[in-house]
Design a binder for this molecule. Structure first.
Ligand SMILES: [Zn+2]
Length: 389
């Protein structure tokens, strides 16, 4: 932060600001204007597209009213004041038709343009309209915090920039953007057209905090994966220790850990999320995959009637215990984030390996076994945190 260097806001609102520069790994930079007194990101009232203005006098809407401020700004900024035409032109250029966002080169063009425009007018509260043209917006852009009207999406700049970085796999950069977006959502935003003052939006804030948590998980697991790959490579060279390690990470040992995890941690987590009655209702309402009109409650009853015990069950089984891991993940869907859902499905699929382990190279299998142990740990930590929250 460079708080010692402050300026009058360029748009005549008579607020002192300073710029907090954020740099991304590709070298792009954006300035975040912060209020000198509050350190909050400056949400300039003069840039609010719904602010009333005098049509007779619209070129003066970005001029400070205080003559002292006017003189100071004229001296400091070489006499340049924004006028109505310049500002509207800026926003017009940001209102784009956009096809082919799934391609990195198109995305890069838009990203550069967005950054260039944010350097011109650093405004993080207003929304940018993005038109997908012929198609609907790509799934990764259809988040629940974004207003979508048909093929038109409205995005706040930091969110959009972060989504682009996430699509590129630049997780650290995405995180920086989502942190700015969380802050913006904390004070409120200009999307609520009826509100003169932006109102805080706790739901959006929570949404972006969750996105940051997901990114942190991905960053952690990517690091772990690299580490395990390296270790597995080194271990296969060291014949002496490998027998011991193979035992610890043998396929059978890992599979049995996945069952322990399912019967213990996953079950406890589900119990913390649903009462017995909730669970009954859910089972009655969730369709049984590939079984026409039947629901999961039918599945549970049929399994109980068979009672063959070819599935692993705890001593005192409840309805929940008769479900497959697949059903359990589906039921928990709205209580877990996207990463955890992926980890659970990876754990589930890992069990299929037992039926054809020969298809895997020994080294790959070791590596996968280790990752499964890490996924289990990550899920356990997540369950614990989510129960305490
Ligand atoms: Zn301002």
């Amino acid at each position: 932060m460079t708080k010692d260097e402050s300026f009058w806001c360029e748009f005549g609102c008579e607020v002192r600001i300073y710029y907090d520069h954020i740099e991304f790994s590709d070298g792009l930079r954006i300035p975040i204007p912060r209020n000198v007194d509050t350190n909050k990101i400056h949400n300039c009232p003069n840039l609010d597209p719904h602010a009333p203005y005098d049509p007779e006098d619209k070129n003066y809407m970005f001029m400070p009213k205080d003559p002292d401020v006017y003189t100071e700004m004229a001296d400091a900024e070489g006499g340049h004041f924004w006028d109505y035409e310049e500002v509207s032109h800026h926003y017009l250029e940001l209102d784009m038709n956009f096809d082919g966002l799934e391609f990195k080169n198109y995305r890069d063009d838009l990203k550069k343009l967005l950054v260039e425009k944010l350097n011109e007018i650093p405004e993080f509260f207003d929304s940018i309209a993005l038109r997908a043209g012929e198609e609907s917006l790509p799934a990764c852009l259809q988040t629940n915090t974004i207003n979508i009207y048909g093929d038109l999406g409205e995005f706040q700049p930091a969110a959009l920039l972060g989504i682009f970085y996430e699509m590129d796999g630049n997780l650290d950069d995405a995180k920086k953007c989502f942190e700015i977006q969380t802050e913006v959502s904390t004070y409120g935003d200009a999307l609520n057209l009826s509100a003169r003052e932006p109102e805080p939006n706790p739901e959006k804030k929570k949404y972006w905090l969750n996105r940051i948590e997901e990114i942190d998980q991905q960053i952690r697991m990517n690091k772990q994966e690299l580490l395990t790959k390296k270790q597995t490579g080194e271990e296969s060279k060291k014949a002496q220790t490998s027998r011991q390690i193979q035992g610890q990470f043998s396929l059978q040992a890992v599979i049995s850990k996945t069952y322990d995890f399912e019967l213990d941690d996953l079950r406890t987590f589900a119990d913390s999320k649903f009462t017995k009655n909730d669970m009954k209702t859910i089972l009655k309402e969730t369709p049984w995959y590939n079984h026409n009109d039947k629901t999961l409650i039918d599945k549970v009853r049929e399994m109980q009637a068979k009672e063959e015990n070819d599935t692993i069950l705890p001593l005192d089984p409840t309805d929940w215990d008769y479900l497959d891991l697949f059903d359990k993940i589906q039921i928990l869907q709205s209580h877990i984030n996207g990463n955890i859902r992926n980890y659970l499905h990876t754990i589930r699929r890992h069990r299929n390996i037992t039926s054809h382990p020969k298809r895997y190279k020994k080294k790959d299998l070791e590596q996968r076994n280790k990752m499964i142990i890490l996924y289990i740990q990550e899920c356990k930590d997540y369950f614990k945190k989510s129960k305490d929250a």
